[in-house]
Design a protein around this ligand. Structure first.
Ligand SMILES: [Zn+2]
Length: 165
């Protein structure tokens, strides 16, 4: 992704207008820091088009919640294989938070497995990140994580770029 390109900046700004977090997820996914991302809030055709304009593949996936109500998730990725994996595994299925699901989601979303395992054992256990650092990650880091610091540096760059555009 060429962040100097006026087209890319324009898309990033438009995505930010929809939701900062959506724009941030989109850029992290474009940069390959997340193989696939999921957006759980409603997103219309304009939003989908913006994601596609910055080079992402998108797909809307129907799921159900416990009450039987249908929800639509939007997933996006640079990789058709990841879109397919998500769709095969979760398409038309009820939303669940089992350990097995969390492990598979962690794999798709690019979370370090050590952090996923710690989260399954005990969610939000104290780690050694500053609140400001934890805030720009989408996974909860395990204590003394060997992967998160490197990931954090890369995420910070994207976060700052997005803030300045
Ligand atoms: Zn970790």
């Amino acid at each position: 992704m060429d962040f100097d390109s006026p087209e890319v900046k324009k898309c990033a700004r438009a995505l930010k207008e929809i939701d900062f977090e959506l724009a941030y997820l989109a850029l992290l996914t474009c940069e390959g820091l997340k193989p696939l991302s999921r957006w759980e809030k409603p997103l219309d055709g304009d939003g989908l088009e913006l994601l596609q304009q910055i080079g992402l593949l998108t797909k809307q996936i129907r799921r159900t919640v416990k009450t039987g109500k249908e929800v639509v998730e939007t997933i996006f990725s640079r990789s058709p294989a990841y879109i397919q994996l998500y769709e095969q595994h979760f398409g038309n299925s009820p939303i669940d938070k089992s350990a097995q699901t969390q492990r598979f989601e962690g794999f798709l979303f690019g979370y370090p497995p050590c952090c996923v395992n710690q989260y399954i054992r005990r969610p939000y256990a104290a780690n050694n990140l500053a609140a400001q650092e934890q805030k720009i990650l989408f996974h909860w880091a395990c204590r003394n994580c060997k992967i998160t610091p490197a990931l954090l540096t890369a995420c910070k760059n994207v976060y700052n770029l997005l803030n300045s555009c």
